[in-house]
Write a protein that binds this ligand. Sequence first.
Ligand code: NAD
Length: 499
Amino acid sequence: MTTTQPDVAPNEQAQSFLSRDVHHLLIDGQRFAAASGETLTTTNPSTGEVLARFAAGGASDVDRAVLAARKAFNGPWSTWTPYERQALLTRIAQVLDEKFEELIQIEAMDMGAPLSRLRNTKPALMKMLSFFTSQATSISGETLMNGIPGNVTTMTLKAPVGVIGGIIPWNGPLNSQFWIIGAVLASGCTAVLKPASEASLSVLRVAEILLEAGTPAGVINVVTGSGSSAGHALAAHPDVDRIAFTGSTETGRRIIEASTVNIKKLQLELGGKSADIICSDADLDKAVPGAAMGVFANSGQICFAGTRVLVQRPIVEEFTRRLLEFMETLRVGNSLDDNATMGPVISENQLDSVLSYIDIGRNEGAELLMGGQRLGGDFENGYFMQPSVFGGVTNKMRIAREEIFGPVLSIMPFDDVDEAIAIANDSEYGLGGAVWSENLSTALRVVHGVHTGTMWVNCYGYIDPLVGFSGTKLSGYGSKGTTAHMDNYLYTKSVYVQL
Ligand code: NAD
């Protein structure tokens, strides 16, 4: 690992947005202070300095936003044809294309992902928009046969469900908000978005861009604030029809409880502890960087990070040597530094939590092979952590069972494929996972054997909305991507027509 901390500054457009005194709530196309007048601050994780101040929305702000979303749902927006909604999504894609650099600079400073990584996310964002643009004109029910005497025609219609509450995590809000926004605009729903208080800015800026692109006021509203206040109020609101939530399993449980007030259907994408299985016949030229970046991308703050790296015993030594060599090529640095490949973690709290797992791992008997420390010197004010590797990890250890959500990789030896599958399945979570093998039969045996929502073979981390992505067990339910995603935003009406 090398480090880099030159003088860096955001571009003019990002700077102009960031220099506002307070970032207000965005409700019904207008900016408002929180009803309480209270604000929160967000910190640049690369420097530890306050980056911006934003409204601390609470229950009455959520009420106001839900009212605006309901009014918009029942207003002229409900008469837009699928073609009109499709044209809106096309315009939004064009504007995002033009403003992408500004948005990633805001995102980099707000949540710490390096620009090099964020630039690479552009094709994924554009693909997502393209997917939802096509979905706007693809919603369909069925004409069904029936056994009713007489001349009765029967069919199902798909209709937009209403107001969506979108609760967004901090680990990549610029892209992840579009799983909600895209489906809302394609289906004809409306939404109130609640970004994470650690990283709200790209969601606020995108909401403004959506208005500029012609989205009617009230269709997408944003209430910033804490999870326990604004988030809880949204999840418990009786006039919110569905919740789309991405975040931790613990918060997912609270949202399920809150949703009982009006039996909201939920789309929950939760935590993970995914197994990345490296068989002895794997092509290590690909498996080593693939497994490493399956953990260290976004400083390990990815729900499907393959943090349990299961390596077949005959190649443990060679894999480990090559992994440590590869890690020398990682460049940790300020998120605005074009040369950085790994940024800080999101906050001091998160850094403390990740460092505590280093102690836990050591005390459990795992061998720390690299890293394990906070960066000092030029980096001491930011939340930088050395990318870290533990060897000799067993699946009973807490570092193999709990989601660390930081740049910590555990190497876990196994003897045969059945054992690897058993270890992979010995987890409360079931989100991602991968197998690396030159033998397709072996690879598919693992694919069929591992109880998880998504599996990659000889690669890690591809997500395509046409293919989808989902979880099982404590990793949640409700797919992202494919028509199953759209179904979370629609309900089915059965229609009987006596002719
Ligand atoms: P988090 O659960 O702390 O917060 C997520 C969102 O929920 C934030 O907007 C937060 O303000 C809000 N929130 C918190 N308490 C709430 C409450 N009581 N009611 C309603 N909303 C509340 O998660 P995080 O720390 O922002 O993100 C990290 C977690 O998210 C990790 O566990 C990670 O695995 C998971 N994640 C999962 C996916 C996925 O697709 N499965 C993707 C990204 C992140």
